[in-house]
Every structure is written in structure tokens, then in C-alpha cells.
Design a protein around this ligand. Structure first.
Ligand code: FAD
Length: 566
């Protein structure tokens, strides 16, 4: 085969430290080595990706590119503006590639995409090397060791994981990167609109920056948000391996915090700084290795002289939850992200269900509105004008920052589904998919199923009150006042129930509690959209009935699960 001419395809691993796939690529001793990131239109345009997550991605790419250049002035991250399925066959030929190396991705769409690329490589005589590195254990192996079943509990992960072996120690970053070969391209890109994977409303139509694979300046540069036509990001959370490792260093330096961390005791109302690590977006983009995180924490725990916490509440326990959802998704594929065809997800006749696109087997943005009231509640929930300040503060924090604390996610998810609106978890998951900077298909769908009591968790009578729950953490309502500034003058005793404030208090606080918030008038905050206690009881009754009917609802054909099979 001659000397190796290697493309390293960066995807879910935007880092140099602890990357088994990158190590495998460099171990080939390449004569020429191209670090590449391909613009994957399906990932980038069909998925709901808000501006804040875009910014985080571009941050990670810029940081990685700089780090590569530090190791080799001639190299960087080569941003290629075409879908990998059509780009790679042309690249293999143009650059006479011998090897393609990348980190394994078990997301349903990624699996399909990678199969197409693998086939093209096979046809071109290119050897493909794939290494697991995104989770503590390889998710497919985890499923195998869990009796070929999706991992639906932490104890299953704790039993199956060690059967694969001990979690690997992190690998140090490379000391050098080989030169890239020629980067001339003698072919035209496939225009995005020629890509059948893109819908006709794609923002890409007519976008000039895609006329050249190497970008408008022919330099393979990471684009800016402006170039992509986005407004400015609003989140203060920034991406990149450098920042991720600094954040981890700061956490690890605080031995007591690291060793005694217990998730249920961290405040969802804390901000600047938040009470948990906020490393989730870095794990999502791979700017932080999960094993680096795991072992740095475990070493502190092992050497701690006091009483350390244990999984599942501890920090390493949180990482096990991540592996659990990845294992469930690896086993269930596309169906894991929806109720339909998902053998592990309970059917509930929600008032605002999602609709499934049978062709692609994906939940689409369309839905059937069978209750105008539910649609109105959904919009008020999404845009933070429910009239419940705790819920509104969280949803506004999510939209602005792209991140909220885990218990905050619990509160808004429970409120939307079984503890308030009785709206499908899939509708909530779509909003999270758009706005979260840490959006991870497996974790998002899995946690929404958990919170809506459709899988993983079944105690539907335990609901979060939007009044009593936040009071436990923040009596003064400092968090609410930060994200719902209309209420900043209000006396703390009314902060979670402003509708109870007498007119004199409202006047003093320069706020009027009135209307439904549709018109955003200065100094006005909406009335609550329903009586919470009444709604909670209605929801619990609904859940009781749905649980009696069984996992598949009351469709007679569904009882044996046959309608789940396409
Ligand atoms: P920490 O408490 O510091 O935990 C460390 C790491 O452990 C996190 O970075 C994360 O990678 C992992 N982790 C912690 N809790 C969970 C969990 N319950 N499930 C899976 N992994 C976990 N997490 C995502 O990464 N992406 C998502 O799209 C996502 N969607 C969610 C949707 C809902 C409705 C809920 C209730 C939770 C969701 N989570 C998601 C899980 C969890 O809320 C976040 O991982 C966590 O809040 C991130 O903050 P952190 O990094 O400070 O977490």
C-alpha cells in the first residue's frame, strides 16, 4: 500500500488529549496526515441547532485548529463544506488516501452515515479504522454485556461495564502532527440543495459560502457565525478543549467538592457560578474526554481522607447515567428518540402529541394540534411566560444561556408533561434540542422519557411544585429576579406566586400581574396559565389510567406491540 496517507475525520472528538482514534491514526506513522471536519448538512441543518450551540461548535473547531497548528505550522483543522457521504469518495481519489480514521459514533443517524462512508472507502481500497472514545465503555459492547438489551438502569451499567473491562486510563496528547499533503481539490462541491437529505426550506439555499469546498477564501477556515447568517450568540458559555481542561483543573483543585459531590444536593437556582460542573457541552463536542474527567475525579476520590460520595449521586455516577442513555440508544436506534416504535417507551395519550414521519422514521417538527389550549400552554412554556416565575426563569435561562441545571430540567420537563400541561415529552425534547448547548440525542430523549414517566422511572405521583420546590433552594428568589427582571422589585414572599401580591405591593414593585404575556409590555408579568394543583390532579388521574391500559396504549393492534414494527 506504500506509505500511509491518512485522513483523520474529527466529529464527536474535538480535542487532542485522550483520543484513542487519533492515537490509532498517528500510530500508522503517516507520511501525510489531513485533520478534517466535514460539513455534515444533515447534522448541521436538519437537526435543530440554535445559535448558542453553533457558537460552541465553532469555538471548539477554532481552538482545535490552533492546537494542531501549534504542533505543526503547516497543519490545522481543514473545514470541508460538503456532506461526508459525497465528499469522501472524491477526496480518497484526489489525495490518494490509504486510511480513514475516526471515533465511533453510535447515534442512529451517525451509524447510517458511517456505513455509507465505510462502503465508499471499501470501494476505493481505503482502510477504515474506528475506535470507541465517546463514552466510558463502548456502547455496543455495553449492550452485549447487558444480555443484548438496552441499558435501562444504572445498576445494569454497573454490572455490564466491568464485564467489558476496567475504564481505560486517558492517553496523553500527541507531541507532533505530520504534514498534510497537497490540499488542491480538482472537483466541484455538491451544492447543498442537490442533497436529498436537506429539506427545501433549508437556510442554505443560495448561500454562497458553499460554492467552494474549501470555503469562500479557499483556505479551509472555520466560518464565523456572521458568515453562516446567524445573529450573535447570547450564551456566556464558550467552547474549546483549552477552556474545558481549565474548567476541569479548577474542579479537581477543589478536592472536597469533587470527592463529596452529590447531585441531589446541588442547587438548581445557583448561577455564576452554577452548582454542577457545566462540562456537559464539552463532553458533547468531545472537547473534553470522558475518561479524562472520570479518572481525574476517581483519583481525587481514592485519595480523599474524608467521607467521599458514591454513584449514582457522585460525580462519577453522573457519567454512568450518560453511558446508560448511550447504551439504550445504541440498542434501540432511531426509535429511542420517540414513542412510536419504541418498545421501551410507554404510550400516554398526551394532549399535544408529536407526529412521526414514516419515511424517515424520525419525529418531525409537525404535529397534530388536538387541543388549542395545549398549543397555547406549550408556547407559553417555551417562551417563559407561563405566569409561574420559577418555570419562566428556567426557560428564559435555557434560551439565553443554552444550559440549565439538571433539577431545573426536571422542573420544566415535569411541568410540561405529567405535572401540569399533559403535553408530549417529544415536544419538550424538540425545544431542548434546539436550545441546549449540550444537546445529546441519547441523553435528551432518555431524560425526557424519565421525567415524563414513559420509561426509566414510573413514580408519576411525585410531581415538582413550581412554588414549593424552588423555595427550598432560594427563598429570596434571586434566580428568578435574574432571569425574570420584571419581578425584581417584588417582595420575596410573593416571588413564586406573584398573582397573590396585593395591588399596593405590585405598584411598589413597579409590576402589574395581568394578561397572558402575549404582548410583552414593560412592567407587566402574566397571570398563571392555570391552577397548578388542579392541573396536577388531572395529570395524575390521566397517568393512572394510562398505566392501567399498559405499555402500548389502548390500540388493540398495539397490545402485542405489532404496530411498532414497520
Ligand atoms: P454534572 O452534574 O456536573 O455531571 C457531570 C456530567 O455527567 C455531565 O456533564 C453529563 O455529561 C453527565 N450527566 C449528568 N447527569 C446526567 C443525566 N441525567 N443524564 C446523562 N448524563 C448526565 N444531558 C446532556 O448531556 N445532554 C442533553 O441533551 C440532556 N438533556 C436533558 C434533558 C432533560 C429533560 C433532563 C432532565 C436532563 C438532561 N440532561 C442532558 C442531563 C443533565 O441534566 C445534564 O447532563 C447536566 O445537567 C449537565 O450539567 P453538568 O455538566 O453541570 O452536569
Amino acid at each position: 500500500m506504500g506509505n500511509p496517507r491518512v485522513i483523520y475525520w474529527f466529529r464527536t472528538d474535538l480535542r487532542l488529549h485522550d483520543s484513542p482514534a487519533l492515537k490509532a491514526a498517528l500510530d500508522l506513522n503517516p507520511e501525510e496526515f489531513w485533520p478534517v471536519w466535514t460539513w455534515d448538512p444533515r447534522y448541521v441543518y436538519r437537526a435543530r441547532v440554535g445559535t448558542n450551540r453553533w457558537q460552541f461548535l465553532l469555538d471548539c473547531q477554532n481552538d482545535l485548529s490552533k492546537s494542531i497548528t501549534k504542533l505543526n505550522k503547516k497543519s490545522k483543522l481543514f473545514l470541508m463544506r460538503e456532506a461526508p457521504q459525497t465528499l469522501f469518495p472524491k477526496l480518497f481519489k484526489a489525495w490518494k488516501i490509504t486510511h480513514l480514521v475516526f471515533e465511533k459514533d453510535t447515534d442512529a443517524y451517525a451509524k447510517d452515515r458511517d456505513e455509507v462512508v465505510k462502503k465508499a472507502a471499501e470501494e476505493a481500497g481505503v482502510e477504515v479504522i474506528i475506535k470507541s472514545g465517546r463514552t466510558l465503555w463502548d456502547s455496543d459492547e455495553l449492550v452485549k454485556k447487558n444480555h443484548n438489551k438496552p441499558t435501562m438502569s444504572i445498576s445494569q451499567v454497573q454490572a455490564a461495564g466491568p464485564k467489558i473491562g476496567k475504564i481505560s486510563r486517558p492517553i496523553p496528547p500527541p507531541k507532533s502532527i505530520p504534514d498534510p499533503g497537497d490540499t488542491k481539490l480538482d472537483f466541484e462541491p455538491q451544492r447543498p440543495e442537490q442533497n436529498p437529505d436537506l429539506n427545501s426550506s433549508s437556510r442554505l439555499q443560495g448561500d454562497k459560502s458553499y460554492e467552494r469546498i474549501s470555503g469562500p477564501n479557499d483556505d479551509f477556515a472555520v466560518p464565523t457565525l456572521e458568515e453562516l447568517g446567524f445573529a450573535r450568540a447570547t450564551s456566556s458559555h464558550r467552547g474549546g478543549e483549552t477552556i474545558a481542561l481549565q474548567m476541569l483543573d479548577r474542579i479537581i483543585a477543589d478536592e472536597q467538592y469533587t470527592a463529596t459531590f452529590e447531585k441531589p444536593n446541588t442547587a438548581p437556582t445557583a448561577f455564576e457560578p452554577q452548582a454542577t460542573t457545566l462540562l456537559s457541552p464539552h463532553l458533547h463536542f468531545g472537547s473534553l474526554s470522558i475518561r479524562e474527567f472520570y479518572w481525574r475525579v476517581q483519583d481525587v476520590v481514592d485519595n480523599y481522607s474524608g467521607k467521599a460520595s458514591h454513584p449514582p449521586a457522585s460525580l462519577t455516577g453522573q457519567l454512568l447515567f450518560r453511558d446508560m442513555y448511550f447504551g439504550a440508544q445504541a440498542a434501540l436506534g432511531y426509535s429511542f428518540g420517540q414513542t412510536l416504535y419504541n418498545s421501551h417507551c410507554r404510550f400516554i395519550p398526551w394532549h399535544l402529541p408529536s407526529k412521526v414521519d414514516h419515511k424517515t422514521k424520525l419525529v418531525t417538527g409537525e404535529y397534530h394540534v388536538d387541543s388549542p389550549q395545549a398549543e397555547e400552554w406549550f408556547q407559553r412554556w417555551k417562551y417563559g411566560r407561563t405566569g409561574f416565575p420559577w418555570i419562566d426563569a428556567l426557560m428564559r435561562q435555557l434560551r439565553q444561556e443554552g444550559w440549565i441545571h439538571h433539577l431545573g430540567r426536571h422542573a420544566v420537563a415535569c411541568f410540561l408533561t405529567r405535572g401540569g400541561c399533559y403535553i408530549s415529552w417529544e415536544r419538550g425534547a424538540e425545544v431542548f434540542e434546539e436550545w441546549l448547548i449540550d444537546h445529546e440525542t441519547a441523553c435528551n430523549a432518555g431524560n425526557w422519557q424519565w421525567l415524563s414517566c414513559t420509561a426509566f422511572f414510573a413514580q408519576f405521583f411525585r410531581c415538582y411544585s413550581p412554588i414549593a420546590f424552588p423555595k427550598k433552594w432560594d427563598k429570596e428568589g434571586i434566580f428568578v429576579k435574574r432571569y425574570v427582571p420584571e419581578l425584581k422589585g417584588l417582595d420575596a414572599k410573593y416571588i413564586y406566586e406573584p398573582w397573590k401580591a396585593p395591588m399596593a405591593d405590585q405598584k411598589k414593585a413597579k409590576v402589574r400581574i395581568q394578561g397572558d404575556g402575549k404582548e410583552q409590555l414593560e412592567g407587566v408579568y402574566p397571570k398563571p396559565m392555570f391552577d397548578f394543583n388542579e392541573r396536577r390532579n388531572i395529570c395524575i388521574e390521566g397517568m393512572k389510567k394510562a398505566y392501567k391500559v399498559g405499555l402500548y396504549g389502548d390500540d388493540p393492534k398495539a397490545i402485542d406491540g405489532t404496530w411498532r414494527k414497520l
